[in-house]
Design a protein around this ligand. Structure first.
Ligand SMILES: [Zn+2]
Length: 50
């Protein structure tokens, strides 16, 4: 079973329908990368280049 999220009340639930809003929940996907990681990579690259 996967965690789902209601975009209306922002509550996490395992159900396909939010019991609070009675609306369909979504399956939130984890972000593929975080902007902070990207900058960290750049910083490392710049340091290596020096
Ligand atoms: Zn809801």
């Amino acid at each position: 079973m996967k965690m789902r999220k209601c975009i209306y009340c922002k509550e996490y639930t395992f159900k396909e329908i939010c019991q609070k809003c009675n609306r369909k929940t979504i399956n939130p996907e984890p972000p593929k990368f975080s902007p902070q990681d990207k900058y960290g990579k750049w910083r490392r690259k710049l340091k290596l280049g020096e």
